[in-house]
Design a binder for this molecule. Structure first.
Ligand code: C5P
Length: 310
């Protein structure tokens, strides 16, 4: 087989609620995640030397076994029991790194989906999702993408039944020098809120039900106005990271924005608009202030798919 291209989309969190702490040390979450049309591209070429090789078009990303792409390839090889399978991979990076946009998880998901096709390993979607969950909490979502409820530590998925992706446009911003460690954000959350965490499965389920039946999902289906976005990690990160405070203040000034929030554990931030024209106008209006404060900015659409073979 010749070269295969896989797109790996970024995600934002339209809801991130920390419910409690699990016996495995992870947090029990209730989230709504949404893929965007901001994508990395992973190219794959089969080789017969049994080696998993990765090149990346920037120097600040590891290409060894610590990269989720390489982890995904090695896991797939191990599961199918064919050590002779080899691949030469190249990643073109567009999603900001360490940003709360699941760039790394999406790259790993793209490797699972792409290599399953390239190597003809024949794993089902269900098997790929299970492998993805072994590698990272956000990775199963990145396989299917679209608009999904994500529970458990993030890997328990329930697609939101929408006829089409939400028509919202997204103005996304990220300060290139800012980064937030996800383990740090969750640890800080535990220190601040641990006493108030829920503990019973019945309490978790009650919160899941509130989310399933609440105004956010109705708004995404176009049936109601968008409520304020909840991200419990924003309250933890905002006081500690100056660029998050500055960026949120800038986005809150955007004309026509219906919601403003941080994505994941940050530090990327976004504003939602009813249509692309308003998002582009806001990007123009804020351009001088955004670049003055050092932010990069993108206008994106919501999409209905995750890692996809091109
Ligand atoms: O699963 P992933 O590698 O993406 O998680 C990174 C870190 O984020 C975990 O090691 C943990 O510290 C924290 N985390 C958490 N609860 C989750 C997901 C992540 O505490 N549900």
């Amino acid at each position: 087989m010749a070269e295969l291209l896989v797109s790996a989309p970024a995600k934002i969190n339209l809801h991130l609620e920390v419910l409690g702490l699990r016996p495995d040390g992870f947090h029990e979450l209730a989230m709504v995640m949404q893929t965007l049309d901001l994508c990395d591209t992973l190219s794959l070429k089969p080789t017969a030397d049994g080696l998993v090789q990765l090149r990346v078009d920037r120097s600040d990303l590891p290409t060894d076994g610590s990269n989720l792409i390489v982890k995904a390839a090695e896991l797939l090889k191990a599961r199918v029991g064919l050590p002779e399978l080899g691949v030469s991979m190249e990643l073109q990076k567009r999603i900001p790194i360490g940003a709360g946009l699941a760039g790394g998880s999406s790259n790993g998901a793209a490797a699972l989906v792409g290599l399953n096709a390239l190597w003809g390993t024949g794993f089902s979607q269900q098997q790929l999702l299970a492998m993805a969950a072994e590698l990272g909490s956000d990775m199963p979502f990145c396989i299917g993408g679209g608009t999904q409820l994500c529970f458990g530590r993030g890997e328990v998925l329930e697609p939101v039944p929408l006829e089409q992706p939400p028509s919202l446009a997204v103005l996304l911003i990220k300060h290139p020098e800012a980064s937030v460690s996800t383990p740090w954000a969750y640890k800080r959350c535990r220190e601040q809120r641990g006493d108030g965490y829920l503990a019973q499965e019945s309490e978790f389920e009650q919160r899941r039900q509130v989310l399933r039946q609440g105004p956010l999902l109705a708004a995404l289906g176009g049936e109601a106005a968008l409520p304020e976005i909840r991200n419990d990690l924003q309250g933890v990160v905002e006081p500690e990271v100056e660029s998050v405070r500055t960026g949120l203040a800038l986005l809150r000034r955007a004309h026509g924005a219906v919601a403003v929030a941080m994505s994941g554990s940050g530090p990327s931030l976004f504003a939602l608009f009813p249509d692309r024209e308003l998002a582009q106008q806001a990007q123009q209006d804020l351009a001088a202030d955004l670049s003055g404060a050092g932010f990069e900015a993108w206008v994106c659409r919501c999409t209905g798919s995750g890692a996809t073979l091109d």
